[in-house]
Design a protein around this ligand. Structure first.
Ligand code: ADP
Ligand code: MG
Length: 241
């Protein structure tokens, strides 16, 4: 009998290799040979001091900024080998973003905000509203569909942002301190929603956070320091909020 074929390991969703980034206004490299592998569906938290380069790293992963050296492979594709249009299309189709300051557009209704990613992807018009409404329902805010953001609380705005980040079923969600502007109760609810939605959609995620409680919602916690990521011991389940 012949030997079994070697097992094929699927390419990671995200493979960041030797990433370096410097800004002229500071001494030394901000990111200095950073490595990160993320499997499909994996949810990782990244902690680190203010100014450590966490947002810079997310921008590089999203292809919004270019590294000095090193590479970002998304689903095996090197972002540096795509042209600007291809990078934009890949980002719109396969990534979703959540920010600390919500970035919900004030002159659009909740439903229009959540439909926006589908508009940008030219999803057939008749499918956009039904998909956005289903996503609002999954995020527990269907009753807010026709409201405007100015009437809503921070926790509600962040739910809208999560719905908008997920409506097009991205493979990767990038969340930059999404609970930074929320009280502890709203923060815990947002993290629970995010975790549930990642689980049910199979999307992977990178959560940037200062909060140990928030980080403990992830499968794995890393720390960014001196331009690199290192494993951080998993916080025990007992310290969940
Ligand atoms: N476009 C830029 N030009 C110059 N310096 C920048 C730029 N973006 C970030 N920096 C600097 O890089 C450092 C890290 O920023 P950032 O990635 O936002 O850190 P973090 O998100 O971890 O707080 C900061 O000192 C910041 O001033
Ligand atoms: Mg930041």
């Amino acid at each position: 009998m012949s030997a079994p074929a070697p097992e094929l390991t699927p390419a990671p969703l995200l493979n960041v290799q030797g990433l370096c980034k410097s800004y002229g206004n500071r001494n030394g490299a901000l990111l200095d040979g950073l490595e990160l592998q993320l499997a499909a569906g994996e949810y990782v938290a990244i902690m680190g001091e203010s100014g450590a380069g966490k947002s810079t790293l997310l921008n590089l992963i999203a292809g919004l900024d270019r590294p000095d050296s090193g590479s970002v492979l998304f689903n095996g594709r090197d972002l540096a080998r795509l042209d600007d249009d291809e990078r934009t299309r890949l980002r719109r189709a396969h990534m979703g973003f959540v920010f600390q300051a919500f970035h919900v557009l004030p002159y659009l209704t909740v439903l229009q905000n959540v439909t926006l990613p589908l508009d940008l992807l030219h999803v057939p018009a008749a499918q956009r509203e039904p998909r956005a409404l289903r996503c609002l329902e999954r995020c527990g805010i269907l009753e807010l569909a026709r409201r405007y953001p100015r009437e809503l609380s921070g926790g509600e705005l962040q739910r809208i942002a999560i719905a908008r980040a997920l409506v097009h079923e991205p493979r990767l969600v990038l969340a930059d301190e999404p609970t930074g502007n929320l009280d502890a109760r709203a923060a815990a609810q947002i993290l629970q929603l995010l975790r549930e939605q990642l689980h049910s959609t199979g999307a992977g995620a990178i959560l940037i956070t200062h909060s140990t409680a928030a980080a403990s919602s992830a499968d794995r916690i890393l720390r960014l320091a001196s331009g690199r990521l290192a494993a951080r011991p998993q916080v025990s389940a007992a310290s969940h909020p």
